[in-house]
Design a protein. Structure first.
Length: 457
């Protein structure tokens, strides 16, 4: 009865309020009356809210669960209230990585001697660069440059093993890491893997570093993530976002990447991306950026891939992968029709190298490999990943479709040659135009539709 009374009073006053606002020629007396009615309306609504809240509070307090249920409902709608507790837990394990590279830079026709007679005021100025550029040094001559690069990383053991990107420490003459408390340590490179752009480094002399662990299970698209790193040399920078997509192909070999929208920039490379439990779900590796800065599209090596690679680097210093010795490509709908296939699943063999494991097992150009060890494969990239994940010198059974007939062939895998391990579609050890290490990999602008990609397994 109490609530009904004030509800009816509020309804009447609200109607008067609408009618008064609609009358643009209202007299001052009407405006004064309007102000009073507004007060009455607000009082009525406030009393209604208080009565409803009082009734709800009384009811919930009887059960003793009114506050936890309300807090849970609010958090479910609004998301996490903050990341401070998570950041305090994981940030001490994240490091800034600084490298120095003594690189031989190719000159395009300069002569160092041409600048010796310049006035002191001109040395180091654009004029010196001009004279050096148009000097008499033969093209192809070499000069040494000391290049400093920045990146990120994170400890995975208390005794100083840390993960970063291969392109951060590639050809480094010295590696220095800075921890969250500002202390600096010298590190050495244990091993690198250009195919996944991962590297393992080690700091000696201490055994109580803060460290983090990889997450064993794959996260879901839409899960919250936090990235911590050293963008532009600003160590200890934290950004947050969600997992935007999984299994992204970025034109960097057979491995798929996880896409995140937590902002990452130059210097974030090699840094970790955490889930809400404080476990590493990805290693920041690349961004898609027309401008060179973050536009909210970043790519991570997944924790599952990183765990396997880092374990081998720690044990052997290198990563060994199974090898078939074939050139393969996706099965398009046109190819499937021409070969009488029911679907586009599988990988078409373009070429089988002489004396390679595939040719020795009887695999020929034109064959379509549809399964590995009885497990169907979706496309050529999945075949490349499965073969690479297998240990060399092991035998695997491949289902092959040849002229409409399915055959099962047993192949003893070889070891991926070192030159193939080091080249990930391009020679990363040489940097075009002497571009320094920036702790970031930039990708070319994506095209639609995507071009056909041939993978070598």
């Amino acid at each position: 009865m109490f609530v009904d009374y004030f509800f009816e009073a509020g309804r009447r006053n609200f109607g008067d309020f609408i009618m008064t606002e609609a009358n643009n020629s209202a007299q001052p007396q009407q405006r004064k009356l309007l102000s009073g009615r507004r007060l009455t309306l607000l009082s009525s609504v406030a009393l209604v809210g208080a009565a409803v809240a009082f009734g709800s509070l009384a009811s919930d307090r009887l059960s003793g669960a009114w506050w936890p249920s309300a807090a849970h409902a609010f958090e479910a709608q609004q998301g996490p209230r903050g990341f401070a507790d998570l950041v305090a837990k994981v940030k001490p394990a994240v490091i800034a990585v600084r490298v120095k590279i003594d690189q031989e830079a190719e000159s395009a026709g300069t002569n160092q001697n041409d600048t010796q007679d310049l006035p002191p005021s001109m040395k180091g100025s654009p004029f010196e660069k001009f004279f050096r550029q148009f000097g008499d040094l033969p093209p192809g001559a070499q000069e040494h440059q000391i290049i400093t690069g920045l990146g990120s990383g994170f400890f995975i053991t208390p005794d100083g093993y840390a993960v970063t990107n291969n392109h951060v420490v590639d050809h480094a003459q010295s590696v220095q890491v800075t921890t969250d408390d500002g202390k600096k340590y010298t590190a050495k490179v244990i091993g690198t893997d250009p195919k996944t752009d991962l590297a393992l480094i080690k700091v000696d002399g201490k055994s109580d570093f803060a460290y983090v662990k990889f997450e064993d299970s794959a996260p879901r698209v839409g899960d919250w993530v936090v990235a911590v790193g050293n963008p532009f040399g600003l160590g200890g920078t934290v950004t947050a976002g969600i997992i935007s997509a999984q299994a992204r192909e970025i034109g960097s070999g057979a491995y798929d990447y996880m896409q995140i929208d937590a902002p990452i920039n130059k210097g974030n490379s090699g840094g970790p991306t955490f889930d809400m439990n404080g476990n590493v779900v990805g290693v920041n590796t690349a961004i898609y950026s027309p401008s060179g800065g973050s536009v909210g599209i970043g790519f991570d090596v997944t924790a599952q891939t990183a765990q396997s690679v880092i374990a081998q680097l720690k044990d052997k210093g290198v990563v060994t992968r199974g090898w078939l010795g074939v050139q393969i490509q996706p099965v398009t709908s046109e190819i499937a029709d021409s070969l009488g296939l029911k679907s586009t699943h599988g990988a078409l063999v373009d070429d089988a190298q002489p004396n390679a494991p595939a040719s020795k097992a009887g695999i020929r150009p034109g064959d379509v490999i549809t399964a590995v060890a009885g497990k169907p494969i979706k496309d050529s990239r999945e075949l490349a990943r499965q073969i690479a994940a297998a240990a060399p010198d092991t035998s695997v059974k491949l289902d092959v479709v040849r002229k409409g007939e399915t055959k099962t062939l047993t192949v003893t895998l070889g070891t991926t040659p070192k030159d193939r391990q080091a080249s990930n579609g391009e020679e990363k050890s040489k940097r075009a135009n002497n571009v320094p290490h920036l702790g970031l990999t930039l990708l070319p602008r994506m095209r639609s539709p995507a071009p056909t990609i041939k993978a070598s397994s």
